[in-house]
Ligand binder design. Structure first.
Ligand code: UDP
Length: 260
């Protein structure tokens, strides 16, 4: 697969052109950021793990009838995906209260929700991805009523599927973030971006040990080891991705956490 020019570089991924104008190559970097870019590190091996974990999850979702942008994995760090126009909303699905929700509403960390909760955040780093209401999505025409109904229904289906997938390997799916886009080739709304320990909160079912990016956010250590544990439990850790060195911090910064 011939890689074309770089089209976009985000915090954890780079998008390159491919030979087909409706398809692009998604490259997973080892870079990690948190707290709106205030905390940065290079976590050796993370990109490889996220590429494999996301491929595994998106393939399983496709098999279950949930369309998404994955066409195929190309190598250790790259996958071929459908080009989409991303809808500028982060769809956060929660099963257990933690993270920003505990701070925002003062609900006790670890509280189980009777029904999954879907939140909408406007994708804008400068504004810190603010929480928005359905009405903002309609008012600014980021999605129509029909489109948003379809996306929220997909979010719930994905949540059901992933909860089962992780439960089977002794992991609680606490919460996660999804992105959707309109496929360039036919305009259909499909799941895009990635699903990995960077975008989900995953707790060991017995011990509540964090197996996700919170290990980086909260300086808990063993970040790659936790991602490897997720990959191992999902049965996909066959390739040579051991021998990773400890986290290299780009800049040892004092992290100021802005209250949301
Ligand atoms: N999340 C993400 N990207 C973001 C914000 C959140 O992938 O830009 C994920 C995060 O990993 C977690 C879920 O969405 O699984 C809910 O995140 P929360 O709002 O609690 O974010 P916090 O501010 O605590 O990171």
């Amino acid at each position: 697969m011939k890689k074309g020019k770089k089209l976009y570089e985000g915090k954890a991924k780079i998008i390159f052109a491919s030979a087909d104008k409706n398809q692009v190559i998604q490259h997973f970097k080892d870079d990690a950021t948190a707290f709106n870019n205030l905390k940065k590190a290079n976590i050796e091996g993370k990109g490889i793990l996220n590429n494999r974990i996301s491929e595994h999850i998106l393939s399983a979702l496709k098999d279950a009838g949930i369309e998404n942008h994955l066409i195929k994995r190309l190598n250790m760090r790259e996958q071929l995906i459908d080009l989409v126009d991303i809808i500028p909303i982060e769809f956060v699905v929660r099963n257990i209260v933690t993270g920003s929700l505990t701070k925002r509403l003062g609900i006790e960390d670890g509280t189980k929700l009777n029904n999954p909760l879907i939140e909408f955040c406007y994708k804008n780093d400068e504004l810190g991805d603010p929480l928005i209401a359905r009405e903002h999505i309609y008012a600014f025409e980021w999605a129509s009523v029909i489109e948003l109904d379809y996306i929220t229904e997909q979010c719930l289906r994905i949540n059901d599927f992933l909860q089962g997938m992780f439960k089977g390997v002794g992991i609680k799916l606490v919460d996660f973030k999804l992105e959707f886009g309109k496929r360039k080739s036919d305009g259909k709304i499909i799941l895009a971006d990635e699903i990995s320990p960077d975008t989900c909160r995953l707790w060991d079912a017995n011990t509540d040990k964090k197996l996700d990016k919170d290990r980086f956010r909260k300086d808990l250590g063993d970040v790659v080891e936790a991602y490897q544990e997720v990959a191992r439990r999902l049965g996909i850790l066959h390739e040579q991705i051991n021998n990773v060195r400890p986290i290299k911090f780009l800049k040892p910064t004092a992290v100021k956490i802005k209250k949301k």
